[in-house]
Design a protein around this ligand. Sequence first.
Ligand code: PLP
Length: 357
Amino acid sequence: ALNFNAGPAALPESALAKAEKEMMNYQGSGMAVMELSHRSKEFEEINERTKNLLRNLLTIPDEYEILFLQGGASLQFSMVPMNLLEEGSIASYVLTGTWSEKALKEAQKVGNAVIAASSKNANYRFIPSSSEIDIPAESSYLHITTNNTIYGTQWHSIPENLPVSLVADMSSDILSRPLNLSAYGLIYAGAQKNLGPSGVTVVIIHKDLLNRSRPGLPSMLDYRVHADSQSLYNTPPTLSIYFLMLVLQWAEELGGVKQLEQLNKQKAALLYDAVDSSGGFYTGHAEEKSRSLMNVTFTLNNEDLTSAFLHEAEESGFIGLAGHRSVGGCRASIYNAVPLENVEKLSDFMNVFRSKN
Ligand code: PLP
């Protein structure tokens, strides 16, 4: 399949092939991966290896804890304020799309959360610049969404030297490019785009922030509890973590995040070129400076043409190209595991469809 789904999304073929070979009888144990006890030597090894791979790939310093949690990125919308928003202070959010709106809404249920900047009036076509971000003095943290899966925008420079901790939802662009982790207090990502299958959420948190949690938090919602038990406080999503390990091994073998970034730039350029050279046949949703390397969003001139495009694309084997229901149009999600040749095929298809119509 030429899979352009937004998530769950394409996984590396070689990781799938490896799973097919070893998953049903893990290392000769006579047990499938999903039959292993989470307290077994085998699973503890998987857990540790996965963390180490992530630490190496993203150059995560020792002062940061890596947690594997459940509940998706959506639960982080609540856990972040529950753990980081101190009594009497404010949580500040930059609104760049539906997911940041949701994150803000959940924070407002926990405490005082405000909008520090927003591009909503422009239908989220761009990422606000650092100078447009207004952080109230009493803020505990600033929350951003580094890649906006639905609108197809991405932060290309991160606000630096902030007076508060920076918290980022990186669900749809983690591992797609090198990361200067020291700019962040906490990052989180649901796995089902760049990291693996759904079911596991990665949280990377500076150890200093582990002491801020509100007293009396339910244990499962307390970062400290998960950190103190190496993410084995309760039964973790063992199969998802195993797959995460395979995806990280693939990324390492490929040459790491620098190599992935280069490939991602090459893939995105193919599609944006097809849009830009179409003489207005295709229109990109995002402003050029804010374009995402992960989700390429574009529209055609009218509904009929859009339907014809999506229909013909499906007939030709392209999957998942309809835009999110809240935006419409088309979206091609080209995460790490989407092969360059599939993107070349899509760009060719776009050019041929344009000349025919
Ligand atoms: N944040 C972003 C940027 C997303 O793209 C998504 C899902 O697509 C979410 C959060 C929600 O993730 P989950 O379904 O894991 O809760």
